[in-house]
Design a protein around this ligand. Sequence first.
Ligand code: SAH
Ligand code: MG
Length: 222
Amino acid sequence: MDAQQWPIQEYDRYISNLFAAEDAALEFAREEMVREGMPQISVSASEGKLLHVLARMIRAERILELGTLGGYSAIWLARALPAQGKLISLEIDERYAEVARRNLKRAGLEEKVQVRVGPALELLTRLEAEGEAPFDLIFIDADKELYVKYLLKTVPLLREGGLVLGDNTLPRAVLDAAADSGTKRYNAEVSARLDLISILVPVLRMSGIDGLSISIKQAQRA
Ligand code: SAH
Ligand code: MG
């Protein structure tokens, strides 16, 4: 078969089998979400590993996630943390948060990960007031329409040299060139900002191609 005709799923299977094999806790988390009738919109295993590698590259000790769902991406991220590291994950749906807590406990990560329930924008204000910032890495994966608002509110919570990652930023952003979308506005914003160095990386999933926008916060010049 011509390489151009290989389905994307085959490439993802190759990468995942070699670099991102799921252990029992990750498999359990995925199955638990199916049993609970939750949407199957978690990151793929290969993207989970990408998040993990990015967190390790910058030696992240404090991570913030917007949009927990069943805690699948939280497991990949939290496993990149050192012993004293911490991940705070924000989720609007109380029932999803409960499933995530269960999955994280099963992965032995209940000490490192705190799931907070509420609309992310409100929780961010509280986090800041409680002195939880600065964070080394912020993973934006909640309401797509609010991505620019999330960005404006989270960049000040990020240390210089830290990463802000925006998930699912490719398909809806390009399919219809004229259409407006939250993720398209997000890509326009991160690519234009002078305090961020950014790139949009295509990622593979079983459902097809998607994207992760990666931005590094620039050190301010004196
Ligand atoms: N990061 C997860 C997937 C998150 S899916 C993973 O890859 O494993 C998006 C999640 O964002 C859903 O669980 C949804 O309930 C949550 N969400 C949607 N709007 C939100 C909001 N305003 N505040 C916080 N969470 C929100
Ligand atoms: Mg996502």
